[in-house]
Every structure is written in C-alpha cells, then in structure tokens.
Design a protein around this ligand. Structure first.
Ligand code: SER
Length: 420
C-alpha cells in the first residue's frame, strides 16, 4: 500500500469505527473551554465527558481534530515543528481502558499500517507497572524497549501532577519511531528520552483516570468516577514516516502550498543550496495553514488574545516572504486556494469561507506592509547612525514596535546582519 496523509486519516478513522467507535467531527479551533485560546488536542472538546459533567454521545468515539499550538513557534521553519496540525484520536468515556488502547495501537501500527515493529519503542509513566506489563507480556515487547519516564514526558498534561493545570489528567504511554538517522549521538542509552533527533513520537496514549485539584495549595489527584482513554497521533508526522519522507512538509497536506510558494517566489524547494530559503518556505506553509483555519473559525487579526496569535502568524509569514524570498507584493491571500486544495475535502469550512479568508488576509497584509515600510525606513536610519558592534538601544527598538508596530524579531535580525 502506498500511503499519504489522506489515506492515513481515512485508515485511522475506519479502523476505530470497526472497533465500535462513533466518528465525530473535528471541533472548532476556537474551543468552548475558556481556559484555552485554541484547541490544542483532540481531547479538548471532550473534557466534560472525562469529568463526568456531561453525557457523551457514545462511549467510544474517534476524530481527526484540527489543532493549533504555538508553544514551539520559534522552531517552525525546521523540518519537524508545526503550529497547525491534525491529530487523530480514539477516545473511551468510561468504556475500555489501557489494555484495549495499547493492543489496538499496536494492531493499527503493525498490521494496518505495516510499520516495521523493530522500529518502534515505547515509554510508560515510571509508576505504571500495568502499562509496562501490557506492552511486555501481552504485546511481547522486550523490556529494554520500554522506557519508564517521569511526569514531564509521561503524564498528560505534562508535569500536571506538580504544576497543574487542574482538570482531567493521567499517565500516558508514548510510541516512538526510530528514524535510524545517525545524529552523531554518543549516548550509549540513546532511546526515546534522548533529544538527539533520532526518535520521533508518533502516538500518545493517555490513560485519563484522575482529576487534579488543589487542597490548601497542595496538588491532589482524585480518581475520576470512570476511567477514560484519550489518544493522539500526529497525522502529518506519521504520514511522513509511512511515506519515508524527510519531513511532514513534503506530504500531500502541504505539497500544493509548497508548490504555490515556489511559483510565486520563483524558487524551488530543495532546489538550491540555500537552507534559509527552504526554511522560509516551510514557515510560510505552516503559518498560512494556521491562519486560514483560524480565520475560517472566526478569529480576526487583533492586538490581543487569539487575534494577536493570528496577527503574529501572519506577520511572521509576510516578513519571511519579503526578506528571504523577496516576495515584494502581497502573497498570503494567493496561497489560500492551495490550502483549500490540500485540505478542503476534509474541512468544508475553508471552502465555504475561502473568499472571506482571502479578503481578511489581503487587508491585513496591505496594512502590515505599510507599517513595515515605515518601520524599515526608521530602522535603516537608526542603524546607519551606529558604528558596527554597537548596541541598538532598547528604547529605540521599543519605539519601533510600540509606535510603528514593527516586529522586534525583525529589528534584531536586521541589526545582527550589520553586526549591531
Ligand atoms: N492529549 C494527548 C496529546 O495531546 C493525547 O491526545 O498528546
């Protein structure tokens, strides 16, 4: 079988429907949960079911959820980080628990997707003997391929026991794919916990069994009335593994966007030795997906809250386009048809709101380009008045940002280019 992201999405949802799960639609990127700016995982829409505060439509469900996470925004442009991504998940609300979640994950990966079992390794929460035993005794994984790790990696949310947030939580078991890329890592215990880049987390199985609360300022884990399952598999990342590609950006949910950027900029992705240009193409491809979906779900560029996140994504994409790819004219709206080509079959909202999304982006880009022009002229004057190796005073950078809306990262970048 030759895979792509679309086929993986379909296979996952079909597999779990065969196991009795009801298919539910992706929730909006703007969650009902007021504690979050954006939907960041498949489980967000299901929190009330985990807590027993509402009745789920079915005891087991499966979804592909559009997600936005900006925690790693500064790393976007590299080969793996994304802000907007799709998360495949299977969920149990007081129905099945650890055993089925683990056995089905194994079956899906090794039988349905035909992933080479010898390339998979596993982590469990350090105290979770039950999960360890299921992997070891029932699935038959050698003990040295199951790693016991702490709450930073193997509790959801990460570090929830000591740091919160309050709410449903539990230990988790992660499945890693061994890329076998020689990263030059000298660590004799190189395994999923090693951050050398060889190990790719593809699936997180969360055993949602506690509600975290606080008593006299101390964290407390209260067992939930029923035990639940929440899993999340990164669609783009896993598709890249199956397609043996260097990065998610080369999968079918990105390719039309990459091609469109190439055409507009007159460059080829991986066509020149210039890594900066490839990184700019990746960043723009990521950010335009995030912006398109945010606008489709009702976010508008603003100076605060989620509107500011959107504005920042748009500005970063424009700045990269202008400075690295020399896209002198507004280009973001022209990428929206490519996003629709890549994702419109799964998400009709971006087809229905396409022209509104384009108009919003065009307006925002035109305004920002004027701001940029004014700021660039100011900054040029400031930099020219300074000798090399000088320091641009912080209050000047602040004025550029505060009065002219000129991004600090751009001030930094341009100053650095002159050794300032
Ligand atoms: N909530 C978990 C995660 O986002 C599993 O879906 O990783």
């Amino acid at each position: 079988m030759s895979w792509n992201a679309r086929a993986l999405r379909r296979a996952f949802l079909e597999f779990f429907q065969e196991k009795g799960h009801r298919l539910l639609p992706s929730d909006s990127l703007v969650p009902k949960d007021p504690s979050l700016l954006f939907t960041s995982a498949g489980m967000v829409q299901f929190k009330p079911y985990f807590l027993g505060a509402a009745q789920p439509p079915a005891p087991r469900v499966t979804t592909v959820q559009k997600c936005l996470r900006t925690t790693d925004i500064d790393a976007v442009g590299d080969l793996s980080h994304l802000t907007f991504f799709e998360m495949l998940g299977n969920f149990s609300f007081g129905d099945y628990f650890k055993r089925e979640a683990i056995l089905w994950a194994w079956e899906f990966l090794t039988e349905r997707l035909q992933v080479d079992p010898s390339r998979l390794q596993f982590t469990v929460f350090e105290e979770d003997d039950e999960a360890f035993d299921i992997w070891h005794r029932e699935v038959g994984i050698e003990a040295n391929r199951i790693w016991r790790l702490g709450e930073k990696t193997n509790f959801w949310p990460a570090n929830a026991i000591s740091e919160g947030p309050n709410g449903p939580c539990g230990p988790c078991s992660e499945i890693f794919y061994d890329t076998r890329i020689d990263t030059g890592c000298q660590n004799p215990a190189c395994g999923p916990a090693c951050d050398c880049g060889r190990w790719l987390e593809i699936w997180n199985l969360v055993f949602m069994q506690y509600e975290r609360t606080e008593e006299n300022g101390k964290p407390k884990l209260i067992p939930l009335p029923k035990k639940n399952i929440d899993t999340g598999m990164g669609l783009e990342r896993t598709a890249a593994v199956l397609m043996e590609l260097e990065s998610p950006y080369e999968t079918d949910v990105f390719l039309p966007i990459l091609r469109r950027i190439e055409t507009l900029a007159g460059v080829r992705y991986k066509g020149q030795a210039d890594e900066k240009s490839d990184a700019a193409i990746r960043l723009i491809a990521d950010h335009i997906r995030a912006a398109t979906f945010s606008i489709a779900d009702g976010v508008i560029p603003q100076n605060e809250g989620r509107g500011y996140v959107l504005r920042r994504l748009i500005r970063r994409a424009i700045t990269r386009g202008l400075r690295i790819l020399h896209l002198e004219k507004p280009f973001l709206a022209d990428l929206v048809p490519a996003v629709v080509e890549a994702l419109g079959d799964q998400y009709p909202e971006i087809v229905q709101r396409q022209s509104y999304i384009e108009t919003t982006l065009r307006f925002e880009e035109e305004r920002f380009r004027q701001t940029l022009q004014a700021g660039l002229t100011r900054l040029e004057e400031m930099l020219q008045s300074l000798p090399p190796n000088a320091v641009l005073p912080g209050d000047r950078a602040f004025t550029l940002y505060d009065t002219y809306g000129f991004p600090l990262e751009l001030t930094r970048e341009m100053a650095a280019e002159r050794g300032i």
